[in-house]
Design a protein around this ligand. Structure first.
Ligand code: GLA
Length: 404
C-alpha cells in the first residue's frame, strides 16, 4: 500500500539502511505520524477530554531482525549512533534521541516478561533500525511520540507479536514517563497510535473511552503555523503545571473527597467549591482545566452540527485561557494568535501542544489560505523577528506497517 504520500520517507530510510547496514531483502518499513490537537490542552493528565488528530507526516523506520540480542539504532537526522544489548539497556544522556526507542524496548521486554504479550522476552532477539522523519522537532507536534510508536510497532511485529495498539500506546507513554523522564499525559501517544484518516478523536483520558469524529470542515483547511521558537524550559514548566493541578485537586477534595481528578469536576461544581483554593494562581489553573474540558465537549458538538463558527470561537477561547489562566503560551505564540485571529477568513486559531513555543493551529476558509499565510508571516515577523513556517494539514492514519 505505498502511496505517494510515503514515497519520500520510504526512500530516505531505504537508502539510509543500505548505507548504514548494507542491502538486505528482509527489510520491513513502519510509519507513525505526528499529531495536532484541535482543542483540549493540558486536560489529559487531569483525566479530562482531548480532541487530537494524526497528521500525514511522521517518522519512518526501516528494520531488519538480528539473532544476537543486539539493537542498533541509527537516524538520518540525529548524530548519535547507539548500539545496545538486550540484557543491558540504560538511559544515557549522550544517547540523545535513541533514548526514546531504548525506553520503548525496555517496556516491550517488561510486558513480555510479565507474560502479557505472549511469547516472553526471548522473542526479542535484536534488530537494526534506521529512522527518518518529517515532523519538525521540538515544535509540539509529537515527534517523540511518533518515534516511540514507530519503534513499538516495528519491534513487536519483528518479535512476531500482535500487541493491541492501545497497549503500544500505553507502553510508549510509560517509556517516556519512566525511561526518558518526561511526565507527559496519554494524548500524544494515543493520537499517534490510534489516528484515522479524515477523523479527529474524542478521548476521555481517565477511562480511555474514545470515539472517531469525522473532521467535516468542507470549504476550510487546517493550517499549522510553526512559531519556529523552540520550546525552551518546557519540561520543567510542564511538570510545574502538573503539580499545581495536583495541589488544586487536593484542596477541592477537602469538600469533595470522592473526586478522582479535575476531569470529573463540572463547571457548576467548580463554581461551588472554588473558595477552597486560596492561591489565585492555583485557582486559575483549575479554572482553565474545568472550562477547557467543557469547551472540548461543545467543540465536538458544534463540529457534528456543522457549526464551524462556534468551533472556531471555542478555539480562540482556548488560546486565551491558555494565555491568561494557564500561562503556557509566551510571546511568540501570542503574537501569532494576535495576527492570525484578525485575518479575514480565519475562523478559529489557537496554540497546540504543550505550549512555551511550538505551533499554532488555525481553521481557515479555503479562499483565504494564501492571504492567511501572507498576513500572518508579515505580522508575526514584524512582531518577533522570526519567520514562521506553514503546513496545510492532511489528517492521516495512526501507526502502521508499510508493505511495499
Ligand atoms: C504535551 C504532552 C501531552 C499533553 C500536552 C498538553 O504534548 O505530551 O500529554 O499534556 O502537552 O495538552
Amino acid at each position: 500500500m505505498t502511496t505517494q504520500l510515503h514515497e519520500e520517507g520510504i526512500g530516505q530510510v531505504q537508502g539510509g539502511f543500505e548505507r548504514a547496514f548494507g542491502k538486505n531483502k528482509e527489510v520491513r518499513y513502519f510509519f507513525a505520524p505526528g499529531r495536532v490537537n484541535l482543542i483540549g490542552e493540558h486536560t489529559d493528565y487531569n483525566g479530562g477530554y482531548v480532541f487530537p488528530a494524526a497528521l500525514s507526516f511522521g517518522t519512518y523506520v526501516a528494520v531488519v531482525p538480528r539473532q544476537d540480542g543486539k539493537y542498533r539504532f541509527r537516524s538520518l537526522q540525529f548524530e548519535a549512533e547507539v548500539d545496545v544489548d538486550v540484557t543491558d539497556i540504560v538511559y544515557r544522556k549522550e544517547d540523545d534521541w535513541a533514548n526514546y526507542p531504548k525506553g520503548v524496548l525496555v517496556q516491550l521486554l517488561e510486558l513480555a516478561g510479565a507474560g502479557e504479550a505472549g511469547a516472553g522476552v526471548g522473542a526479542y532477539q535484536g534488530a537494526d533500525l534506521v529512522y527518518w522523519g518529517n515532523v519538525p522537532n521540538g515544535a509540539g507536534l509529537s515527534s517523540s511520540a511518533s518515534i516511540e510508536l514507530a519503534t513499538a510497532l516495528a519491534l513487536s511485529s519483528l518479535a512476531g507479536l500482535v500487541i493491541p495498539t492501545m497497549e503500544l500506546v500505553k507502553l510508549s507513554q510509560r517509556a517516556e514517563n519512566r525511561f526518558v523522564g518526561v511526565n507527559c499525559g496519554i494524548m500524544d501517544q494515543f493520537a499517534v497510535g490510534m489516528g484515522k484518516q479524515g477523523h479527529a478523536m474524542m478521548l476521555k483520558c481517565d477511562t480511555l473511552d474514545y470515539a472517531y469524529v469525522p473532521l467535516a470542515i468542507e470549504g476550510c483547511k487546517l493550517i499549522i503555523t510553526n512559531t519556529n521558537k523552540r520550546r525552551g524550559l518546557a519540561d520543567s514548566k510542564y511538570n510545574e503545571r502538573r503539580q499545581q493541578c495536583e495541589d488544586g485537586l487536593e484542596a477541592i477534595r477537602r469538600e469533595l473527597p470522592q473526586l478522582a481528578s479535575l476531569g470529573e469536576l463540572s463547571v457548576d461544581a467548580w463554581e461551588q467549591v472554588r473558595g477552597l483554593i486560596a492561591d489565585p494562581i492555583i485557582a486559575n489553573r483549575v479554572e482553565h482545566i474545568v472550562r477547557e474540558d467543557d469547551r472540548v465537549l461543545r467543540a465536538q458538538a458544534s463540529l457534528a452540527a456543522g457549526d464551524l463558527t462556534t468551533f472556531g470561537e471555542l478555539m480562540k477561547q482556548s488560546h486565551e485561557s491558555l494565555r491568561d489562566l494557564y500561562e503556557v503560551t509566551g510571546f511568540e505564540l501570542d503574537s501569532l494568535f494576535a495576527v492570525a485571529k484578525d485575518v479575514d477568513g480565519c475562523i478559529g486559531t489557537r496554540m497546540t501542544g504543550a505550549g512555551f513555543g511550538g505551533c499554532n493551529v488555525s481553521l481557515v476558509r479555503e479562499e483565504a489560505v494564501e492571504r492567511f499565510m501572507t498576513q500572518v508571516a508579515d505580522g508575526y515577523t514584524r512582531a518577533t523577528g522570526l519567520a514562521p513556517s506553514f503546513y496545510i494539514c492532511d489528517i492521516g492514519d495512526g501507526a502502521h506497517e508499510i508493505v511495499l
